[in-house]
Design a protein around this ligand. Structure first.
Ligand code: MG
Length: 267
């Protein structure tokens, strides 16, 4: 199942996304947020609507998380490119929900930073409350689906601050979308790619995670409860780099689609 959030008649809706004659369309309205179905999205009530081409929809961020938990350095070659050791256990940090950004909306380079980087990542959407997942527990039932996420980072502030809250937390620093799907399998490997103005900058695959998703979910939930709708950003492959105003960043996850956002300078 694929779904999105979008604006129609100045209201936010969830919509079912289906391929019709080879083109994605929003075909039905979902009457409840899928993350509030306790994992039973087959029972999700829907309503008829006039079909809308997905490409023409005014998309919103597809989730409304209580928190966004991110994994740093989850690909060997990315840890190396920033001169970091491969960590012994997952390194986690937060982005605030206020940093969320919809597809096509502008990422603002803040005046406080001289270097803003893209980080294309696979995002996990939590579907069931999870606390202290067991060592042999299958974490898949807790996962509702997957999306694309750009973990936009003020690299200079990340280095100077020590704590990453400012570097990772500016408004507009967490684009997510364009939809959520449960039709991919990160364990089997899906490609994660980032392009700037159409030029490929990052090309990774989730089969190269240092810490697979069961380790990440277990690690996070020893500390905090994951709630339905929460997001996990699973780390970025090698090839991070800066962007300037006027550039367009695209993050593509195989089987999900492309998250596209232009960059502007803060006025
Ligand atoms: Mg990251």
């Amino acid at each position: 199942m694929k779904y999105c959030r979008f604006q129609l008649d100045s209201q936010a809706h969830y919509g079912l996304v289906e391929s019709v004659a080879g083109k994605d369309e929003i075909t039905r309205l979902l009457l409840r947020p899928p993350e509030q179905m306790g994992g039973d999205i087959e029972d999700l009530p829907t309503k008829r609507m006039d079909r809308l081409p997905f490409a023409e929809a005014r998309l919103l961020a597809p989730v409304r998380p209580s928190k966004i938990v991110c994994v740093g350095r989850n690909y060997r070659e990315h840890a190396a490119e920033l001169g970091n050791e491969v960590p012994a256990e997952p390194l986690i940090f937060f982005k605030p929900p206020s940093s969320l950004l919809a597809p096509e909306q502008q990422i603002r380079r803040p005046k406080l930073s001289q270097r803003v980087d893209y980080e294309g990542e696979l995002a996990v959407v939590v579907g069931r409350k999870c606390y202290k997942a067991g060592p042999d527990e299958d974490v898949r039932p807790y996962i509702l689906g997957y999306s694309c996420l750009n973990d936009v980072t003020a690299r200079d502030l990340q280095k100077s601050d020590g704590q990453w809250t400012r570097a990772k937390g500016f408004d507009t620093f967490c684009p997510v979308g364009p939809l959520v799907t449960d039709e991919i399998d990160p364990w089997a490997g899906v490609s994660v790619e980032t392009r700037v103005n159409g030029e490929t900058r990052q090309q990774g695959n989730t089969r190269d995670f240092i810490f697979p998703l069961e380790v990440v979910v277990r690690h996070i939930t020893q500390v905090m409860t994951l709630f339905p709708g929460d997001l996990i950003a699973t780390g970025t492959p090698k090839g991070v780099g800066p962007v300037v105003a006027g550039e367009v960043i695209e993050v593509s996850v195989e089987g999900v689609g492309t998250l596209r956002n232009p960059v502007v300078d803060e006025q």
